[in-house]
Design a protein around this ligand. Structure first.
Ligand code: HEM
Length: 499
């Protein structure tokens, strides 16, 4: 058959193939020389097929072999992992490591990015405006704290109405925590039996449980297009895209209501503030448009509701696994605020063991063990290791939170590690990195800490918690985009007097 092919065409074909091979080899060697050391992978897919479900544990082990900064090829990208506290501190200060990957976290469709996914100038502008609006409507203010306290009151009442019967903690806590972010974004909470609230929470849950940190769709974007054409073959892709679309549909309903009331109202929430900013913009290509508003609101909702809920589920697991801390925190409540007054966030200053318990829960749970993916926007360096432009950069918080050089007996749950000898809270904890750091640090960190403290104290002020007889405590954890308690927890909330 070859004999029939025009020899000139054959020459062109082999010529092109040779040029491509030389270029491939040249890039390969150039890349190897430039990148930090690391494990080999396969051609085209790199190390991606070798990554297991609990990739953060595997990556931490690789760090022990290859050092504080190492690299591997993952699908179409070079990945650089920063695996050590000092190196991560340096990376936090590096302005060339603030970008996000160019591919969407929710792959499959080309669509506008949210501020969580943006890079460069648009990200800076969106983040600055978002924080200005959120401060105006409550971030860091007593008014927001009062609303969170009202929400917690209703949550506690709903637990009391269970009269000691078992409660699915994951189900009830997520609706309550989502209400705190709804107040900031939409200006109101939802009743616990409002189907819209349940549907939004369900969409976020599906999204977070079905997405994966090392998704082939994120790391091999060129196959995403092909797979999305035959999307009936990919349930993973289908579940992610449909959950994300569902959530955005609900957000669109809220945006519609805000546009109707806009002319007559003050700025009461994030959507109001964004609509006002849109009116001010003169640039037709500005990122302040309706699509970005929908995408930002949906991602703020997911980032704000789900993360805090995940940590509160771990807190419940630790309270049940280590019941002695229920008594110790209860004693601290007795000595400080008593059982009649609802806690304020300012009470944390006299409740050292309670805060130590919150910090230890954040360290042990490390719900974002590999951070949210970052990207090098230029060639740069960390600890003299080169990081080439467009490499995906991972900050391994799991390795830091389990580093025996930083924490004595790091796999054990010991809130006392955050206390001085006199029982007061250790002032600074630079090695606790749950909220990341630097200019792209989690903007909701203070709100989240306030929620964790207020929910914990309010629950223990009212109830002793336990699992129903016959049930076993399960420490199993699932890792998708975040780490989460695997099994939903049935919990008894009993009056302290009844025990
Ligand atoms: C315990 C709860 C939380 C944890 C552990 C957590 C953790 C994180 C982490 C690790 C990041 C990635 C930062 C980076 O790229 O370096 C992040 C980003 C983000 N978080 Fe949180 N977060 C929590 C709660 C919240 C809350 C309550 C909100 C909303 C008010 C929120 C909104 C966001 C947003 C919008 C981003 C993206 C920021 C950006 O890309 O500029 N988070 N969070």
């Amino acid at each position: 058959m070859f004999l029939n092919v025009n020899p000139t065409l054959l020459n062109i074909f082999f010529g092109c193939l040779t040029v491509w091979l030389i270029k491939y080899l040249f890039n390969f060697i150039y890349r190897l020389k430039k990148l930090p050391p690391g494990p080999w992978g396969l051609p085209f897919v790199g190390y991606l097929p070798f990554l297991k479900k609990d990739a953060y544990i595997q990556i931490t082990e690789l760090g022990k072999k290859y050092g504080p900064v190492f690299s591997f090829k993952c699908g179409q990208f070079d990945v650089v992992v920063i695996n050590d506290a000092l190196a991560i501190e340096e990376a936090f200060r590096n302005d060339h490591l603030l970008a996000r990957p160019n591919t969407s976290f929710i792959p499959g469709f080309k669509r506008d990015q949210s501020l969580v996914e943006m890079s460069g100038e648009p990200w800076k502008q969106q983040r600055r405006v978002a924080l200005t609006i959120l401060r105006k409507v409550g971030f860091g203010k007593k008014t927001l704290e009062d609303k969170v306290k009202q929400e917690i009151n209703m949550f506690i009442d709903s637990l009391k109405s269970a009269n000691g019967a078992e409660v699915d903690f994951g189900e009830v806590i997520k609706l309550s925590v989502a209400n705190n972010i709804s107040i900031l974004l939409f200006g109101h909470r939802f009743e616990y039996d409002d189907p819209l609230a349940s549907e939004m929470c369900r969409s976020v849950k599906h999204l977070v449980e079905n997405a994966s940190y090392f998704s082939k769709f994120v790391f091999m974007p060129s196959i995403t297009f092909l797979v999305s054409l035959a999307s009936q073959f990919s349930s993973e892709l289908n579940k992610i895209t449909s959950s994300s679309e569902e959530l955005e549909k609900k957000v669109t309903i809220e945006v519609g209501k805000h546009r109707e009331k806009k002319a007559t109202h003050e700025i009461e929430d994030y959507i109001d503030g964004f609509l006002e900013e849109m009116d001010k913009q003169k640039d037709p290509d500005s990122s302040f448009n309706m699509n970005t508003l929908r995408r930002n609101t949906a991602d703020f909702y997911a980032a704000g509701a789900d993360t805090t809920t995940l940590v509160l589920n771990f807190i419940m697991l630790y309270l049940i696994t280590y019941p002695e801390y229920q008594q110790k925190i209860r004693d601290e409540i007795k000595q400080t605020i008593g059982f009649e007054r609802q806690p304020d966030y300012a009470d944390r200053n006299s409740m050292h063991l309670t805060m130590a318990f919150v910090y230890e829960s954040l360290r042990m749970s490390t719900i974002a063990p590999l951070n949210v993916h970052r990207r090098a926007s230029q060639d740069t360096q960390v600890m003299n290791y080169s990081i080439p432009k467009d490499a995906i950069v991972i900050f391994n918080f799991w390795a830091v939170h389990r580093d025996p050089k930083l924490w004595n007996d790091p796999y054990s749950f010991k809130p006392e590690r955050f206390l001085n000898e006199d029982g007061t809270l250790v002032a600074k904890q630079p090695n606790l990195m749950s909220f990341s750091g630097g200019k792209r640090m989690c903007p909701g960190a203070n709100l989240a800490l306030m929620e964790l403290f207020l929910y914990l104290v309010s629950i223990l002020q009212n109830f002793r918690v336990s699992i129903p007889e016959g049930y076993e405590i399960s420490n199993e954890v699932k890792y998708a985009l975040n780490r989460m308690v695997k099994k939903t927890m049935k919990v008894h909330f009993r009056d302290w007097k009844d025990n």
